[in-house]
Design a protein around this ligand. Structure first.
Ligand code: NAP
Ligand code: MG
Length: 414
């Protein structure tokens, strides 16, 4: 066949360890044969980030601003242990994701990839629930203090003009603990816009929740900013047939559990931290979560939510063929290709993304899957294989394969 042509490049951010190995396997087996792939390539491996003094990370983010669509492989965030593992590192470089997120001023949207045969822990959920987490401020940038004697704590703001604002936090009769947190109006506005953009892009309702009945000024301001920004989106929401709706966080939790799914839930930083772990666990597996960074002006970076799968990589280095699930990485590519197709008016490219995802689903429906999924699907593999061989209609039988076999099986169906 003639390969599908692209007009604008996708920013390609390569990464580390097992996900880097799978990255090139996926491109070779599933993308290059069909697409005349145009990417602007950035090597975000730890080695290259170190060699470029992390300039490559900032450059890849700038390129995403320019082209609008990026796809990223998981990368190592160095810690003390990694510094020992890679003695050549000159600095403990910051998380590449954090650097990219701050340059794009973006919000992360996490969505599970659902399978008929893996039932979510919540019976009513039929469609994925996407969590959007505000990634700036609140307790993550708070200051804390412990005191031992009676007294009073006050909070003072000193304006650049010299004007001061002061309030009493509390008088205490004994030992006490204190915390002061903040957020910026600009950051909340960017968060709101990213959420409205993403809701429009995916044609899903947007829910937002805080505790503004108790925190009337702080959480109240989040609600106000969302309302103000929504004014610019209201018409497009109506045209698209989607809704924005605000409710208290406790009411949201109850509604989410009773819902069928299929919406975006925007959360403040802490709520998003906790709820994204709860929702992803309830949907099944970290290896089936996609993660999309969206900037307030509608630039998109697609990736798998999981890390570099270090344990599998060390087995791979010893010559084993691990059964690492490549689906979230494949879906990062399909997400980027589909978006590129939409932006450039290339229906063939978006159509290819659908076909590749369908090839993954059909492979899984035929029972071919990596070990993590084989352990979750229903019905499970029978304990007695001999009995199965003689059974008249064995039906669905999950077979656990390594990553290479899985990718081959997807390629065959594609
Ligand atoms: P991880 O790479 O997500 O892996 C944790 C465990 O989850 C694995 O050992 C594996 O369990 C399971 N798992 C994750 N993805 C899987 C997949 N695709 N298929 C099958 N099983 C999968 O997290 P980590 O071990 O905490 O972190 C490793 C490195 O990744 C760290 O250096 C961290 O900095 C980096 N990281 C990067 C990103 C990113 O770039 N977005 C995100 C998170 C972490 P079993 O071993 O039990 O099979
Ligand atoms: Mg968390």
């Amino acid at each position: 066949m003639e390969k599908i042509r692209m007009t604008t490049p996708i920013v390609e951010m390569d990464g580390d360890e097992m996900t880097r190995v799978l990255w090139s396997e996926i491109k070779d087996a599933l993308i290059h044969p069909y697409i005349d792939l145009k990417t602007e390539y950035y090597d975000l491996s730890l080695q290259n980030r170190n060699m470029t003094r992390d300039k490559v990370t900032a450059e890849s983010a700038e390129a995403t601003k320019k082209y609008g669509v990026a796809v990223k492989c998981a990368t190592i965030t160095p810690n003390k242990q990694r510094m020992e593992e890679f003695p050549e590192l000159t600095e403990m470089w910051p998380s590449a994701n954090a650097t990219i997120r701050s340059i794009l001023d973006g919000t992360v949207f996490r969505t599970p990839i659902m399978l008929d045969r893996i039932k979510p822990a919540v019976k009513t959920w039929e469609k994925p629930i996407t969590i959007a987490r505000h990634a700036y401020g609140d307790i993550y940038k708070a200051v804390e203090m412990i005191t031992t004697e009676p007294g009073e704590c006050t909070m003072t703001f000193k304006g650049a003009s010299g004007a001061e604002q002061q309030i009493s936090v509390q008088k205490t009769k004994g030992p006490a603990i204190w915390l002061a947190q903040h957020n910026n109006d600009a950051s909340i506005r960017s968060f709101a816009r990213s959420c409205f953009e993403y809701a429009l892009g995916t044609k899903q309702d947007l829910w937002f929740s805080t505790k503004d009945t108790i925190s009337k000024i702080y959480d109240g301001h989040f609600k106000t900013v969302f309302d103000e920004e929504y004014a610019q989106y209201k018409e497009r929401f109506a045209q698209t047939g989607i809704e924005y709706f605000y409710t208290l966080i406790d009411d949201a939790v109850a509604r989410v559990i009773r819902s069928k799914g299929g919406f975006i839930w925007a959360c403040k930083n802490y709520d998003g931290d906790v709820m994204s772990d709860m929702v992803s666990t309830a949907f099944g597996s970290l290896a089936m979560m996609t993660s999309i960074l969206v900037s307030p002006d509608g630039k998109y970076e697609y990736e798998a939510a999981h890390g570099t799968v270090t344990r599998h990589y060390y087995r791979y280095l010893k010559g084993e063929k691990p059964s690492t699930n490549p689906i979230a990485i494949i879906f990062a590519w399909t997400g980027a290709l589909r978006k590129r197709g939409e932006l450039d008016g290339l229906a063939q490219l978006s159509d290819f993304a659908d076909r590749l995802e369908n090839a993954c689903y059909s492979t899984l429906n035929d029972g071919i899957m990596t070990a993590d999924l084989a352990a979750l699907v229903e019905p499970a593999a029978p304990a007695d294989l001999a009995a199965l061989a003689t059974s008249a209609s064995p039906g669905f039988v999950p077979v656990s394969v390594d990553s290479w076999k899985f990718i081959e099986s997807v390629a065959a169906r594609l």
